[in-house]
Each structure stands twice: as structure tokens, then as C-alpha cells.
Ligand binder design. Structure first.
Ligand code: PLP
Length: 437
């Protein structure tokens, strides 16, 4: 009955659906990581989710630490969010015209995120990032962009260079189809390495439009920055007339209500958002000071548009999600429960002789199967991915759903209980006991 007893994972229906899916969709999925390539086995097909639990098409129930890769921070299918979107859906799904909810969500984001004065809504994190890159280039009249190895900024052409997430897992350092002339404008440096950023600015300073990074990396596993590193980035970009962009698609409203920039007290010029601000609907945004944002059409010349951008149901879901997050104690709870989970997992691994490192920050957590320290993607790649594969499968069999790659962060939500965490740690203890160190 408890998650710690091995479920004989019945996957007949998942397997059948995936076999069919592979005949009609490339790799059988709508997004590559879902194909379970890096952990082996056939993917699980899901049917429903509520709170901290997710149920597959064969009737297996799991404690969910993926949460749709981040959005569901108030718990999946939260009743209040469902009520808000249902009420809006009755009034209309989409107008393709202004609606009041856009003003409200823009105000909520501006009030929360310290560096932001204006917001443009889009439909995904990918769109937010490539639109922000266009704006960055237009504003600085420069073309080169610096990114960090292992950071993922969606699949815009400029970013499919040394990217994390599914790109890392598949070992595609680059993707065919990306113009080499575009890829050549992307310079990559290792994360948390001050000398490397100084060197790239020494060589290319006058041509660099800006620096993109995840202010806490989630797409190479969880890798926090040092505060000094973020401060150095702030200083060096300013010195060279380049812009600093924090991609807060994942960290936004997960690393505190003021996001990672508030937590570290380092202010970027531009911010990209996604995931949480859509409360489970496809919403992204790019944002910054009025002076830069008013270059975006129709206020300015930088073109960017979208049929479904700012559509009312997504705005309603995002607004309700932020409203719930503003309630007293939410982030303290997330921090406490997630710390307990991360510490419990690390301890369970060490008890059984495994080399591990990791930790948590509010509602994001991670564990690498390597001694560490892990300060960037190069360090993260020392992880024993074969061991992770066994760990992932063992946890699935015990009713715990983890992201199907060593190089993804874990998430928690307000719906994750202490009991969920205890059961997860107990399951991990059993699984790790059965794996040779
Ligand atoms: N930026 C970051 C930091 C992300 O984590 C992601 C998605 O995982 C993206 C951008 C791309 O967002 P989307 O998948 O909504 O296009």
C-alpha cells in the first residue's frame, strides 16, 4: 500500500500507447526528454494528476517531483486555479485582443520582480528567450551573445549551442538545421567561472550584445551560482555596454517570490519568465526596464507578435498561482520541505556508500552521483549516469516519479507533505541499498 513497497510496475497500457505514438509522432513524444532515452525503458503515459500525486494509464500512482518540469508549484490541478480558469473559460477562451487579465498579471509580475518595469507576454520560455535575444541585439546594435555551457534557454537557434536539458542528454552539442552563421554568434563559457567571462569580454567585448544565464542552473541538474559570480557578471556587462539577462523561466517564483534576482540581490537588465507564471498553461514573458522594453513593437521597431499571446485562460491561471504564492509562509514551507527531501536523499545515498552531492534552494533540488563539488556542467558530467538510471527505475517501481535524466532539477510544490518526503526518502534508501556503490 505504501510507496515504499515495490509496485510491480504494470506498464501494458503505457507501452501500447507509446508503440502507437512512435508511428505518428517523432520518437513518440512532443518533447525529447519525455522519451526516457537517458534512463532507458519505455516512458510512462499519464492520465491524471492532483496535488503531489500523478497517476498513469495503468493505474500506478506516483509522488511527482517533475511537476510538468516546474509550473505546478502550488500543487498540480490546484482547486483554486481550476476554478479561476473555468470561470474565465466560460467567458471566452481567446480574444486575440487586449483583456484586463493581462494588465493584472503584468502588474503582479512588476510588483514581484525587482528589475522589471514592463512585460511582454508570449507562449513559452523558448519564445521569451529568442525574443529577448532579438531585443538585446537591437538595443545594443551588437550581434554576439554569451551563454553558459549546460544552460538551456529553449530551442531558439542562438541557444542550441552547448545547451543543457534534452540537448545535453542527447549529446547534441549543436543541431543540424541551425545556420552556422547564427551559431557562430553564440560564445559559450563555463558557469561559475569568473576568469572565463573576463577572457571572453577581453577578446570580444565590443561585439557582445549581452550575457544569458540561468541565475540558478536547473537544466544541468541543480547548480547554484556564487553571489560573487553574479555580481561580477553584472559589473563586467555594464563596463562593456552589454546587457545581462537572467533566464528565470525555471527559477521565477520558485526561488522566492522576488525570483533569483531578488534572492541574490543582483539585478539583470532583462528577465525571461515562463512555467509558473502560466500556472500550467502555455505562458512566457520577457521583461525589463521601460527604456529597453519600449523598443518592442508597436511601441518601437523590434517586431514580435502572437495570436494566442496573453490569452485570458493562461493569464487567469498565472494570476491565481501568484496570488496563492503571496500568502504568508509559502516559501518558508517550500524551503523547509525541499531541504528535508534533499538532505534525506543525500543521507540515504551516503549510508549505502554512494558518492553523491547536491542540495536544494526553495522549491528546486538536485542530487548528482558524484562526490562533487559540482559548480558547472563540466563537473556535473562526472556523475555516474548508469547509476542514476538504476536509481530512477527503482524509484518508479516504488511510486516516485523523478525527472528522467541526471541533468534535470527536481521540483516540489505546496502540496508535497512531510509524509510524501518521508516515503520518498524511505524508497530511496531501499533502492540505493540494492545498487552497488
Ligand atoms: N529557459 C529555461 C531556464 C528553461 O528551463 C526552459 C524550459 O525548460 C526554457 C527556457 C524553455 O521554455 P519552454 O520549454 O517553455 O519553451
Amino acid at each position: 500500500s505504501s510507496s515504499t513497497s515495490t509496485q510491480k510496475l504494470k506498464t501494458d497500457r503505457s507501452d501500447a500507447l507509446m508503440r502507437d505514438a512512435a508511428t505518428v509522432m517523432p520518437g513518440g513524444v512532443s518533447s525529447p526528454v519525455r522519451a526516457f532515452r537517458s534512463v532507458g525503458g519505455s516512458p510512462i503515459v499519464f492520465e491524471s494528476t492532483k496535488g503531489s500525486k500523478i497517476v498513469d494509464v495503468d493505474g500506478n500512482t506516483y509522488i511527482d517531483y517533475v511537476l510538468s518540469f516546474g509550473p505546478s508549484v502550488v500543487g498540480s490541478a490546484n482547486d483554486e486555479v481550476i476554478e479561476a480558469v473555468t470561470a474565465q473559460a466560460r467567458k471566452g477562451l481567446t480574444f486575440g485582443a487586449p483583456c484586463e487579465l493581462e494588465n493584472q498579471l503584468a502588474h503582479a509580475i512588476i510588483d514581484a520582480v525587482p528589475s522589471v518595469e514592463m512585460v511582454r507576454f508570449v507562449n513559452s520560455g523558448t519564445e521569451a528567450c529568442f525574443s529577448a535575444a532579438r531585443l538585446m541585439r537591437a538595443y545594443t546594435r551588437r550581434e554576439k551573445i554569451v551563454k553558459m555551457t549546460g544552460c538551456y534557454h529553449g530551442h531558439g537557434d542562438s541557444f542550441l549551442v552547448s545547451a543543457g536539458s534534452g540537448v545535453a542528454t542527447l549529446g547534441l552539442s549543436d543541431s543540424p538545421g541551425v545556420l552556422s552563421s547564427v551559431a557562430a554568434k553564440t560564445l559559450t563559457v563555463p558557469y561559475n567561472n569568473i576568469d572565463a567571462i573576463r577572457e571572453v569580454f577581453r577578446q570580444h567585448g565590443s561585439e557582445i550584445a549581452g550575457v544569458f544565464l540561468e541565475p540558478v542552473v536547473g537544466n544541468a541538474g541543480l547548480i547554484p551560482p556564487t553571489r560573487e559570480y553574479l555580481q561580477e557578471l553584472r559589473q563586467i556587462t555594464r563596463q562593456h555596454g552589454a546587457l545581462l539577462l537572467f533566464d528565470e523561466v525555471m527559477t521565477g517564483f520558485r526561488i522566492g517570490y522576488s525570483c533569483a534576482q531578488g534572492y541574490f540581490d543582483v539585478m539583470p537588465d532583462l528577465t525571461t519568465l515562463g512555467k509558473v507564471i502560466g500556472g500550467g498553461y502555455p505562458v512566457g514573458a520577457y521583461a525589463g526596464p521601460r527604456e529597453i522594453m519600449e523598443m518592442v513593437a508597436p511601441a518601437g521597431p523590434v517586431y514580435q507578435a502572437g495570436t494566442l499571446s496573453g490569452s485570458p485562460v493562461g493569464m487567469a491561471a498565472g494570476l491565481k498561482t501568484l496570488e496563492i504564492l503571496r500568502r504568508p509562509g509559502t516559501y518558508e514551507y517550500l524551503d523547509r520541505i525541499t531541504k528535508r527531501l534533499a538532505e534525506g536523499l543525500l543521507q540515504a545515498a551516503r549510508e549505502n556508500g554512494h558518492a553523491v552531492c547536491g542540495g536544494s534552494l526553495y522549491s528546486m533540488w538536485g542530487m548528482f552521483f558524484t562526490e562533487g563539488p559540482v559548480n558547472n556542467f563540466e563537473d556535473a558530467k562526472k556523475s555516474d549516469t548508469a547509476k542514476f538510471q538504476k536509481f530512477h527505475r527503482g524509484m518508479l517501481e516504488r511510486g516516485v516519479y523523478l525527472a528522467p535524466s541526471q541533468f534535470e532539477a527536481g521540483f516540489t510544490s505546496l502540496a508535497h507533505s512531510e509524509d510524501d518526503v518521508e516515503r520518498t526518502v524511505e524508497a530511496a534508501r531501499e533502492v540505493l541499498r540494492g545498487i552497488a556503490p
